[in-house]
Design a protein around this ligand. Structure first.
Ligand SMILES: C[S@@+](CC[C@H](N)C(=O)[O-])C[C@H]1O[C@@H](n2cnc3c(N)ncnc32)[C@H](O)[C@@H]1O
Length: 284
């Protein structure tokens, strides 16, 4: 078998099973099984596929057909400036969340050489670790409810050489008083509970705790908006990712006296999903 014929056959199989982006998924899986760059498969379709690579590829293809996210099969996911180990313990980091981290990075640029940031609901560590990699002076607190996710984020911190700059906290709420931060950034679970049964098999194989935001999806986000002012320095920011229409709904309940600067920002698809709120100069 050649790479080209293997990809054509696999792409058709994934398409028949209703898998999104069948060709791209097949390319990533075959490249990993053969140990070559994905683009090389396209440039050299006559590359032979060894029997061992074909066996691995077919096993992984079957997992993809059953709806397992590509990142769980490969065992990694690129996120902005870093590569993360991901598995069933954590949500697969999404492109929108790369944008969230980019917005947070823009804010941190104006906050001095040694800012303190909290990544609330850190999961794999995607947001916080990418910021720590970008800002060498950043002190990061990664808070997470799931012990399994904390273990995964800690493995990622170690693999990236960032472990001395990250403090992991196991908790399920942001205490209203305690250490103050320049930035609290979060991609909390925000899917309304009732929507979850109708999600795709890919999403349903991710941890429920990472998805379920309660009846209207805003349980964790509302708690953060309420308690963050007590944990932010003057002029500190709460920057969050939410679902469509949720950012505006949350912002409406955030008092202008506490948050003199507050707005909803759009993602690359034009969906208004990011909350960007900055406390006043005399906060705290
Ligand atoms: C949508 S995932 C985001 C994971 C990661 N930050 C990312 O963007 O890929 C939400 C994360 O929040 C965690 N979580 C859920 N409820 C929480 C709570 N009440 N307190 C702290 N973390 C929570 C979940 O375990 C999950 O890791």
């Amino acid at each position: 078998m050649t790479a080209g014929t293997t990809l054509t056959e696999a792409g058709e199989r994934l398409r028949e099973r209703g898998v999104d982006e069948p060709e791209l998924n097949a390319q990533w899986l075959l490249a990993a099984a053969m140990g070559v760059e994905r683009l090389r498969l396209l440039a050299e379709p006559d590359l032979p596929v060894t029997p061992a690579a074909l066996k691995t590829f077919r096993r992984h293809l079957a997992l993809k057909e059953r709806g397992l996210p590509l990142a769980y099969i490969l065992g990694w996911q690129d996120f902005r400036n870093i590569r993360l180990k991901v598995d069933r313990r954590v949500l697969v980091p999404r492109p929108e969340t790369e944008e969230l981290a980019g917005i947070a990075a823009g804010f941190l640029k104006g906050r001095g050489a040694e800012p303190a940031a909290m990544d609330y609901g850190a999961g794999s560590g995607a947001i916080g670790l990418s910021l720590a990699a970008e800002f060498p002076g950043l002190r990061l607190t990664a808070l997470e409810k799931s012990p399994e996710a904390i273990a995964c984020a800690a493995e990622n911190a170690l693999a990236l050489g960032l472990e001395t700059r990250v403090r992991f906290l196991a908790a399920s709420a942001l205490e209203p008083r305690g250490e103050r931060f320049d930035l609290i950034v979060s991609n909390p679970p925000y899917i309304p509970s009732g929507v979850i049964p109708g999600l795709s098999p890919e999403v349903l194989s991710e941890p429920r705790l990472a998805l379920d935001g309660g009846a209207d999806g805003l349980i964790v986000a509302r708690m953060l908006a309420r308690n963050a002012p007590g944990r932010l320095k003057p002029g500190g920011a709460l920057i969050m990712e939410l679902g469509e229409a949720q950012a505006r709904a949350l912002l409406a309940g955030m008092p202008a006296a506490v948050w003199p600067e507050k707005k909803a920002l759009k993602d690359f698809r034009g969906v208004e999903r990011f909350v960007y709120a900055v406390t006043g100069r005399n906060n705290g």
